[in-house]
Design a protein around this ligand. Structure first.
Ligand code: GAR
Length: 214
């Protein structure tokens, strides 16, 4: 069966992109990454993609209108034959003009249990709020920031003495698990969007509460 053609958009380190690349390195995985595009020329993830033999491109957002930036991004994705876009630490807001035509084919990972802690500085804000769990979310993108139908989440416990950095590191491990899982489900056509709700064919639900602290 043909593999789903994925374009990954990054702005920096690219560790989630790395997790997706690793999953796609298995020929039996139902998706392949055909391009990695960064809005920043110095994004460390570009070297990782290059080393994996994936074509990369830079589409700089500076000194131009959002429309112009998004038009070039869209053209680059189209010319690479992209069928699904994965945002992986892509730190630019995309307007409705870009998002709407890709609706249902554009996903993002965010390091909180959405809809809690949208935006930036999420780990410091989670610690300040005193939550016992935070986590990460893979969701379909809508024009509103960090909003859209949720595909998968991982709940990650907050530990005594956590700093934003230690919490971020624990969540990142979970991010690297759930992003390839979400991509697999979409590529296997097991994901159906029904308004704000995602239905997953054949996925096992978790039945027990996880309690923190014990
Ligand atoms: C990840 O933690 C990702 O969830 C977050 O940026 C980091 C990128 O790391 N994304 C957002 O905050 C988007 N709102 P990475 O470049 O190593 O994947």
């Amino acid at each position: 069966m043909a593999r789903l053609k994925v374009g990954v958009l990054i702005s920096g380190r690219g560790s989630n992109m790395g997790a997706l690349l690793e999953a796609c390195a298995n020929p039996a995985f139902p998706a392949e990454i055909v391009t990695v595009i960064s809005n920043k020329a110095d994004a460390a993830g570009l070297a990782t993609a290059h080393a994996a033999g994936v074509p990369t491109a830079i589409v700089d957002h500076r000194n131009r209108s959002r429309e112009d930036f998004e038009a070039e991004l869209n053209a680059a994705l189209k010319s690479a034959g992209v069928e699904l876009i994965c945002l992986a630490g892509f730190m630019r807001l995309l307007t409705a003009g870009f998002v709407t035509p890709w609706y249902g084919r554009l996903i993002n990972i965010h390091p909180s249990l959405l809809p809690a802690f949208q935006g930036i500085n999420v780990h410091a804000r989670a610690l300040a709020a005193g939550v016992r769990f935070t986590g990460c979310t893979v969701h379909f993108v809508r024009p509103e920031m960090d909003d859209g139908p949720i595909i998968i989440q991982a709940a990650v416990p907050v530990a005594p003495g956590d700093t934003p950095e230690t919490l971020a590191a624990r969540i990142l491990v979970a991010e690297h698990r759930i992003y390839p899982q979400a991509l697999r489900w979409i590529a296997e056509a097991r994901v159906q969007i029904d308004g704000n709700i995602v239905h997953l064919a054949g996925a096992r639900a978790v039945e027990e509460a996880v309690i923190n602290p014990q």
